[in-house]
Design a protein around this ligand. Structure first.
Ligand code: FES
Length: 162
């Protein structure tokens, strides 16, 4: 395992090993262990998958297959702030693509990626039920509607100062 990862996550790794101990030998253990591991780490890097594979005695390709199959699992480390751009029809018609383009170029990342400073992750979402405010984005639990490209810079800045 990557030593830096082991040092940074000593406590979580200890809890993961305990968790695996509780589930070892149980039928259908993989999915609940992956869910709990994702709660612990925020994502499922290959190091964590390797420990689960060894601990539950399930081949790594099988663990990896499950992680990549289910959309609830992610191998990408999430940033401190989740920027979700609604790509539903109403938002799309009202310019969500340009809003997304602006966010991507300001943060220098694509959908599904996290900035190097760990501050932002961009996601695309389906309709969040606020079509009257289209185009809409959410950052964490905050909703921003009737957006124009020129608003994006100021909105992102607020989160840099937190
Ligand atoms: S399509 Fe974006 S909120 Fe409904």
């Amino acid at each position: 395992m990557d030593n830096a990862f082991a040092t940074q996550h000593k406590e979580e790794l200890g809890r993961l090993r305990e968790l695996i101990g509780q589930y070892r030998g149980r039928h259908g253990a993989l999915i609940p262990v992956l869910q709990k591991a994702q709660d612990l780490f925020g994502y499922l890097p290959i190091e964590v998958q390797g420990i689960i594979s060894e601990g539950l005695r399930i081949p790594l390709p099988e663990v990896y297959g499950v992680v990549t199959f289910y959309s609830q699992f992610t191998m990408v480390k999430k940033g401190k702030h989740q920027v979700a751009v609604c790509l539903g029809t109403a938002c799309y018609i009202r310019g969500a693509k340009d809003i997304l383009g602006e966010i991507q170029s300001r943060l220098g990342i694509e959908v599904g990626q996290t900035t190097d400073d760990g501050l932002f992750t961009i996601d695309g979402t389906r309709c969040i039920g606020a079509c009257g405010l289209a185009p809409v984005i959410t950052i964490d639990k905050e909703v921003y509607g009737r957006l124009e490209v020129r608003h994006i810079k100021g909105i992102l800045e607020k989160y840099r100062e937190d």
